[in-house]
Design a binder for this molecule. Structure first.
Ligand code: NAP
Length: 490
């Protein structure tokens, strides 16, 4: 399918955000396209196929409110089921013919005379009135900066680029990292690996997951009585929301969660010496909370060594720690996260005056207005932009809220006969000052850890320091008063 020379709205990225936008824009009768660099739809759920990949947010909350799925098989769905759900939702909404797969954004520049975006992609050039970035914060894998890693002669891959051709059976495997991805991979591959070294830099908090299959009767009930499913989802939403005060303000409220984590550790790790090394040294929720019932038992297995000495370097045949020990490795798996605070798209998008997002953010770090628009970048929207997550609940709540805001912005453009909207610098500065003022009280800043939530300035540009309801209220309507608007050129 060739690209047209112009489209009203160009969405970049075909994950949950891209699909939500496509469905919303279609309902509004807008002309739009979605380009996606990967070969298929799904975003993170297409890319992350590592063994054990499962959502750590309950399925009935990690799904669109407008497309409930009574058929979720488990409380926490595996990757393939989430991907199938997203494909089904897009197909049933009839938007798939708007998606161009295998098309990468190379550069987008705002033309301040014609008042449109000039976009260069791997499949050709086009212009668009709005540019909607739906590329996600956790899409560019981050490789660890470890001396000699490029010399490793065995198999080496990131969890988000799993090499399924590599057989782990009986091999010496090493996993670097103990975050959300690693704690799912380790129990999944431990029974198969001959020997597994897990390199832990900081011990995470891990609370029980309590996954369980849904019964046929439950699924039948939800199908017949959608109100029951909505009530179930609402209960999940509010039970997650109850964590917000402890995370954002009063950390002593997190004591029960810490007790839960400690009990989970004690239950899963009988050896006191290993337990001590797996005990977190920071406040719970400071880093992304992890949920697992099988991580600690896997870490206690006879074929697993938990290595806590820092890594000094990687050699062609193994990993050397600072105590001088070299452990041989056949397969090296890096579970070291993503470029969350420095997404690659910041180098590709040029606003007024030719400045890239990276240049606009060089002094302050990533900052948007209401988590979506950016001063100096007319008609650019991100779903999701800065400070639009929390770690305690479903990101889809934020995706839906911002999709509504973008749709309202487009309606405002049409109603007012405007060609361009751009948030005023003072509105954006006030929005961010308020976020960072509130941020000071959060466990992310006071919990005694560093995490991917923080950028190189020690600032938190990723998370929302209030309840989810406050975010939804803030973006319920497009507040055109906070924007400079420009009429269409004659
Ligand atoms: P992550 O949380 O950033 O974890 C990276 C891990 O690698 C950390 O343990 C980190 O140690 C370690 N690490 C990084 N560089 C290292 C180095 N040079 N040497 C040694 N260790 C190093 O990444 P992730 O596990 O991929 O998860 C990222 C986010 O993706 C999650 O927080 C979550 O939001 C999302 N995710 C979600 C799911 C889901 O089920 N929904 C599943 C997977 C991921 P330190 O802790 O010491 O920095």
């Amino acid at each position: 399918m060739t690209l047209p020379s112009h489209v009203d709205h160009l969405v970049v990225g075909a994950g949950f955000a891209g699909v939500a936008l496509a469905i919303g824009l279609q309902q509004d009768g807008e002309a739009f396209l979605v380009i996606e660099k990967d070969e298929s739809l799904g975003g993170t759920w297409w890319a992350n196929t590592y063994p054990g990949a499962t959502c750590d947010i309950p399925s009935h909350l990690y799904s669109f409110s407008f497309a409930p799925n009574p058929d979720w098989t488990h409380a926490y769905s595996p990757q393939a089921e989430i991907l199938a759900y997203l494909e089904k939702v897009a197909a049933e909404a009839g938007v798939l013919d708007r998606f161009h797969f295998g098309v990468e954004l190379l550069e987008a520049s705002w033309d301040d005379e014609a008042l449109l975006w000039r976009v260069r992609t791997s499949a050709g050039e086009l212009t668009s009135t709005t540019l909607i970035n739906a590329t996600g914060g956790l899409s560019a894998p981050k490789l660890p900066d470890i001396e000699g890693i490029e010399t490793f002669a065995g198999h080496l891959f990131h969890t988000a680029r799993w090499d399924h051709a590599v057989d782990l059976a009986g091999r010496r495997v090493a996993v670097i990292g103990t975050g959300a991805s690693a704690i799912q991979v380790v129990p999944a591959i431990q029974p198969e690996a001959g020997h597994l070294d897990v390199y832990q830099r900081s011990a995470p908090w891990v609370i029980p997951r309590g996954d369980h299959p849904f019964t046929t009767a439950q699924k039948r009930r939800w199908r017949r009585f959608p109100a029951l499913q909505r009530a179930y989802r609402a209960r999940l939403y509010y039970s997650h929301e109850a964590l917000v005060p402890g995370i954002t303000r009063w950390q002593r409220l997190n004591a029960p969660a810490e007790r839960l984590g400690r009990r989970n550790l004690a239950k899963g790790v009988p050896d006191p010496e290993l337990r001590a090394r797996l005990t977190p040294r920071f406040g719970i929720f400071c880093k992304r909370i992890l949920v697992s019932d099988d991580y600690y038992p896997a870490m206690s297995a006879a074929n697993v060594e938990v290595v806590t000495d820092p890594i000094a370097r990687v050699t062609p045949t193994g990993v050397v720690t600072c105590d001088g020990v070299e452990r041989p490795v056949d397969v090296l798996i890096v579970a070291t996260g993503f470029h969350a605070t420095d997404p690659p798209i910041r180098h590709l998008v040029r606003g007024r005056g030719g400045r890239t997002l990276a240049e606009a953010w060089s002094g302050t770090g990533m900052a948007t207005y209401k988590g979506t628009t950016v001063h100096g970048f007319p008609n650019l929207f991100s779903v999701l932009g800065a400070n639009t997550g929390q770690g305690h609940t479903s990101v889809i709540v934020y995706i839906e809220a911002l999709t509504g805001y973008v749709r309202d912005a487009i309606r405002t453009l049409r109603r007012g006969g405007y060609a361009a909207v751009e948030p005023r610098a003072d509105a954006q500065a006030r929005w961010n000052a308020d976020i960072q003022r509130r941020m000071r009280h959060t466990v992310w800043m006071r919990g005694g850890c560093t995490s991917w939530y923080l950028d190189d300035h020690g600032r938190n540009p990723t998370l929302w320091p209030r309840g989810t309801g406050a975010f939804r209220r803030a973006v319920r309507e497009f507040d055109v008063d906070a924007y400079d608007v420009r009429a269409a050129p004659r």
